[in-house]
Ligand binder design. Structure first.
Ligand code: SAJ
Length: 435
């Protein structure tokens, strides 16, 4: 029997041993789905703390059902380890490690390479190797295949390699791992088939594509689409300010078009670990091929300029009250990078906080999801919300429109409100200055 058939059989009868490398917001939900489908799953992570928590049945990812995870750990279907040597008995592995930007703004693939290099010495054949981490087109071909072949493994016969982008949207109440269609692109048709076979055991809809590069590019198109359209929304907001038109009214009116339009909204900038970063992986790769990805770079320029644009809005609003940013008491409402979550990564609110502080404002914040954050070697704590707190401010700046804040009360008690998220929609009051 061919190795591919052996592997397919083991997937079909759930005797295949699965590993998931990287137990964050992508890897842990995936590991739990595979274990819940009946596979023996080994989660591998460099963080001993994550491993310890999982083996104690302690869930740390909101999207994971804690009771289910605890029962899977108890039954032995899900275990975690920092020891990559466990790969010796693994039949299928999914790599879900971070791919951030480095300090120079170029791709930082060090986590991906570290995972690859930790796995390679323990690879057994047959093995299905799937990369999920968002990366530049060509990564799987350039960084994985050659090293597998160096070990004498023939891709498509001894080892089966595919790329399958993660599409996890943390906190999404509708779409989770199991019901978000999964794109899968293998090096060979057999690779695609086996990868599709594995993922179809836990995900309702599999979308096979012709190659790893096509799958890598699919993911980058998805998030570049968002970054560019958010950049457009931000530039439209700037244009509307010049034209003295309410950008929110215009976007909401355009959104009534039942076809050919998809609303995006302006804001204080781009946060999160996907949208500000993924498009730059694409533009970086094209730069190596002497092509300038103009839309991506322009969108990045516009989106990155929004925190400063918000500072100018605050400065003008205070100026109209014969005040300056310097020495003014300014409260930021919402530090997280988007509403109703606690994630601060790349949050533009951090840039606004820094700008205000460096201009001498007495700046503080309130965020019901972010009790504190590390800052300048210390810790900044969220102020306890009260009408008194709002009344005491020269300006309240809404940067993230968490649903559990009463914006009517904010406007009632504030002297001045700068609203960058249309959180005060429908409230008519001269105190409100909108993006
Ligand atoms: N943002 C705007 N205006 C918008 C939409 C977003 O300013 O119209 C800002 C947000 O405030 C945030 C940033 O852009 O700071 C990113 O927001 P996002 O809604 O794209 O949320 P993310 O970063 O959580 O993106 C994830 C992505 N999921 C994956 O990469 C698997 C993205 O593909 C999803 O479409 C997105 O979630 C989603 O739809 O929530």
């Amino acid at each position: 029997m061919k190795k591919s058939e052996t592997l397919q059989k083991k997937i079909q009868n759930k005797s295949a041993k699965i590993a998931v490398v990287g137990l964050g917001y992508v890897g842990l939900p995936l590991a739990v789905e595979f274990a819940n489908a009946g596979f023996d799953v080994t989660g591998i992570d460099v963080s001993a703390d994550k491993v310890k928590k999982i083996n104690k049945g302690q869930n740390y990812i909101d999207d994971v059902d804690s009771k289910l995870m605890k029962s899977l750990v108890k039954s032995g279907k899900l275990i975690a380890t920092t020891n990559f040597a466990t790969m010796k008995k693994i039949d299928c592995v999914s790599i879900c490690v971070p791919t951030p930007l480095g300090k120079t703004g170029d791709p930082d693939i060090s986590y991906m390479l570290a995972a690859r290099d930790a796995i390679l010495p323990h690879v057994k054949s047959p093995l299905l190797f799937v990369l999920e981490s968002t990366t530049y087109p060509g990564s799987t071909n350039e960084l994985i295949i050659p090293l597998m072949e160096e070990k004498g493994l023939k891709v498509g016969e001894d080892v089966f390699i595919a790329f399958s982008p993660e599409r996890v949207d943390p906190g999404n109440p509708v779409y989770q791992t199991h019901n978000t269609p999964k794109v899968v692109g293998g090096v060979t048709k057999t690779c695609t088939k086996i990868a599709a076979e594995l993922y179809s055991t836990v995900i309702e809809k599999i979308i096979p594509v012709s190659s790893c590069t096509a799958a890598e590019m699919t993911k980058l198109l998805e998030n570049t689409f968002r970054s560019i359209n958010i950049g457009l929304a931000n530039e439209i907001a700037i244009m509307c300010k010049y034209l003295d038109v309410d950008v929110w009214e215009v976007i909401n009116a355009a959104a009534t078009k039942p076809f050919g339009f998809m609303p995006f909204y302006p804001g204080p900038g781009l946060g999160g670990h996907c949208i500000p970063i993924d498009p730059l992986y694409l533009s970086w790769k094209l730069k190596t091929l002497d092509y300038k990805a103009r839309f991506i770079e322009l969108a990045d320029e516009v989106n990155s300029s929004m925190p400063e644009y918000v500072i100018a809005l605050i400065s003008d609003a205070l100026n109209d009250k014969a005040k300056s940013i310097k020495k003014s008491k300014i409260l930021i409402l919402g530090m997280a990078y988007k509403k109703d979550i606690d994630d601060l990564r790349e949050s533009p609110a951090l840039d606004v906080y820094e700008y205000l502080e460096s201009r001498g404002a007495k700046v503080s914040y309130h965020d019901p999801y972010v009790p504190q954050f590390k800052w300048d070697g210390g810790i900044i704590k969220s102020k306890v919300y009260s009408d008194k707190l709002i009344k005491s401010q020269d300006c309240v700046v809404i940067l993230t429109a968490h649903s559990n804040i009463d914006y009517k009360a904010v406007v009632k008690n504030a002297k001045l409100v700068v609203d960058t998220r249309n959180a005060t929609q429908g409230i008519k009051n001269k105190k409100i200055v909108k993006l």
